[in-house]
Design a protein around this ligand. Sequence first.
Ligand code: SF4
Length: 450
Amino acid sequence: MALTGLQIQKLLPKTNCKECGSNTCMAFAMKLAAKKAEIAECPYASEEAIRVLGAASEPPIRSIALGPDRALILGEETVLYRHEKTFFHQTALAVNINNTDPPTEIKKTMNAVRDYRLERVGETFLIDMVAVSQTGNDAEGFEAVAKKAWETTGRPLVLRSTSPAVLKAAAVAVKGSRSVLSAATPETVDELHVLAKENGHALAVTAPDLDGLFCCASKLRETGFQDILLQFQTLSLAKEFQTNSAVRRATLKDAVKPLGYPFLRFLNPSADLLKITAEAVTEIDKYGGICVLPLFDPALMATLMTLRLNIYTDPQKPIQVEPKVYPIGEPRPDSPVFVTTNFSLTFFTVSGEIENSGTSGWLVIPECEGMSVLTAWAAGKFSGVSIAKFVKEVGLENQVTTREIIIPGYVAQISGELEENLPGWKVLVGPQDAADIESFVKNFLSKSRM
Ligand code: SF4
């Protein structure tokens, strides 16, 4: 938990020697509290001060980096609600494969995970992980399936078995993938943490209840091992919601360090698709670290990735595209010119509708700080003056021969101002709704040809 300036000042030498660049120890303490200085700048800071300040500045939820390049990061969250700041590292989605599944099914799922991609608002999303689970007592093929999953998908794995020996063989086989071993209990934590450490994997700990999980994570922390995930065993949706919320709150508000790690949850494999969706949605909404889906379903995946994108964008920074003139299709110099704002959702909706209309055109996107049309207009960022200025700056008049520009119907009121500031141009008021672009384009084109 963050310390106040007064609490920090009590840890400093209080000699006011000024060697840190501050006039007093109190002034330096205030800078430390505001994270505008480092304790290393005080040459006389005691070991105790360094230790306490170091612990206080630890993120309440530790980050875990997975994958060979450590590109999949979980945890390091700082707030309960996204509107307080933002959530940083989105819930990783994994698809489960059982070692006893028919080989054709295993191959099909691995290929589906490898090939699945969702394009949305200019970004491409892939499935993050594959889980390989040992079914019952049958360890047959576990190591081989794990190895194949890693080779086929290149994604980090979650290796799940109750047997340390089975986990060991697979952990060694996929060394370098920086995967997760699932899961250590109080009885196996000593053995498994050595295995995880030696092979560069993270380790999930599990217990039937939170007290047990706390004890197991505490035991693991004492070894100095920090690549920990908390694996809950609750199967009811209500308990999933409660547990995730209670642990996040305990971590952020009460600084319960042994619970300050990302979560891992295997969804109930015997549930129907609706229940699986509800559980997965709860994981994404309520702080999930890794959510293991019991099956691959492209519609479910698209739904979850879209939800996740919404939850894990910074609510204070709208997603936006680069301001410039975008060719849509294969436009000619006399193709129609549209203008809208650089809010990603607006851009992709409008560009998609222009494409769907069967025509090619130019889409002018001025800088609007990622606001939607009406918001940008109300904030003075999407006016006749600003659009005209942008058109001149990007040299659109040299790029196209048409002198007609189509503005969104919601800002019909700027048409006069835009014509005034763009001499020689005619402003056409387009539809309010992007879905009506197709009919507008057809009418517009047919009229212009008459
Ligand atoms: Fe105080 Fe240390 Fe700064 Fe000196 S260098 S004023 S002891 S904080």
